[in-house]
Design a binder for this molecule. Sequence first.
Ligand SMILES: C[S@@+](CC[C@H](N)C(=O)[O-])C[C@H]1O[C@@H](n2cnc3c(N)ncnc32)[C@H](O)[C@@H]1O
Length: 167
Amino acid sequence: MQRAKPIIIECMKRLNPDSVLDLGCGKCKFSKLFIDRGINVTAVDKENTIESKDNLIFVQKDIRDFEFKKEFDLVIGTGILHFLKKEEAHKLIKKIKENTFSNGFNFFICMSNEEKYNDKVHFYPNKEELNKLYSDWKIIQNELCLSKKHGEKMHQHKMIIFLAQKV
Ligand SMILES: C[S@@+](CC[C@H](N)C(=O)[O-])C[C@H]1O[C@@H](n2cnc3c(N)ncnc32)[C@H](O)[C@@H]1O
């Protein structure tokens, strides 16, 4: 199975947004790249994980209740969708797609159905499920990968890296 890092780097190289939404942002690991470039980022997390500044607006909220008041060029969701039940994730993805500008992108790093924590209730998709959800978009990346080893027990996750463009 491929390693995640080079695929993530490839995806990031393709992105040149004017506006970014990072859902379940944590410390904005992925949107930091855009924050540092002065691009407007809205970041949402249910915990108080980061402070708003200049071009970063932090919204403390459950992503299931986030009200989209405008569209974004890029919506990011990394390490977040498995916290939602399958139906909740499908509903959120529909909203995300609707609130992405034409030619804009959605970028996800999801726990895959091959994860041992997959309880079949929460959103642990396989590549086919993501293909289906984005059948009306151009799918640029949809790859099952191994994360780097981390944590006390140096464990790894089987994740899907997914990038699609609204056509
Ligand atoms: C594994 S961390 C990932 C953080 C970041 N996206 C990243 O890639 O580093 C998951 C984050 O999702 C947040 N989270 C989990 N469920 C959420 C929900 N329903 N609404 C908003 N944030 C949520 C947690 O507070 C946590 O900051």
